[in-house]
Design a protein around this ligand. Sequence first.
Ligand SMILES: [Zn+2]
Length: 320
Amino acid sequence: MKRLGINLCSLSTLLLLFWAPEAKAWGCKGHQTVAYLAEKHLTPEAKQMFEALLTENPVDPQLKRYCGNAVTNVFADAATWADDERTKAPKTAPWHFIDIPLGATRDQVKESCGTAGCVTEAIRDQLRILEDKTASAADRAQALRFIIHFVGDLHQPLHAVTNSDRGGNCVPVEYFRRIPHPIGGSYTPNLHAIWDTDMVERDMEGASPADFAGTLDAQFKSSEAKWIKEGIELEAWAWEGHQFAASTSYGAFAVKIAVEPNVAVEKCTDDNNIGDRMLKLHEAAGEAYQNAAAPVFEERLAEAGVRLAMILNEAAKTHP
Ligand SMILES: [Zn+2]
């Protein structure tokens, strides 16, 4: 027993050492919240059509589900699938974000989509498959799962920015009492991860994603008509996210982060060791930072939900 315990322990240490924590974009609960919120805004036709498509074409039961496989709502379950798929299909990794360099202007949004693709292009590509009457039901279900996830990702501010720091993954941050330490080529906590997961979950105060979706839907009721009127504008949504990243994700720190030269970064040791240089800034996110960020990510989650519903309601009309 003892030996087994030790072996398991060293195995998990090994896994921790070699497992690079990747940008997930909204953790499980954030993505599920977006899906629950969208479901409230689906037309009865869209809801019925897409619920059936997902139910009749389930996720591969062999696939390891990072967020667990006990989620009973098909839309909430679909919302986190693309992050699991990414570990199997690395070519889909760039589809989760758009690297608009910090300090860019609005006209640089389109050119920020790299040759390997980006989130705005991926949403368009998957919509084409979802609306294709000749595509198989399995392919359309997969496209739907990608769209549900990517519209969420597009609204995470750190998925529409990079400061040659892998979208904030290379920016170590002290989060309340947690001191950053290196892990798998990145750091925990880091700027990207606290926006994906930690700040959202703290803000949820233990609520379920379904309940949190209800809270946000009520909170942003007065803005929703405006978002719907503005229509489906993927580049504009990316730019909004980018601006929130500049003003708040990077901008709300007491110690200012300078705009880096825009260089390709694979690892936190690139860009003249960006990770180590950021570590030396001792960035801290506590009560003040959390309070500055909450109105931003609450709005982004609500917008993502309402806009996802707009896209799916349109698609349901196109594909009778
Ligand atoms: Zn993602």
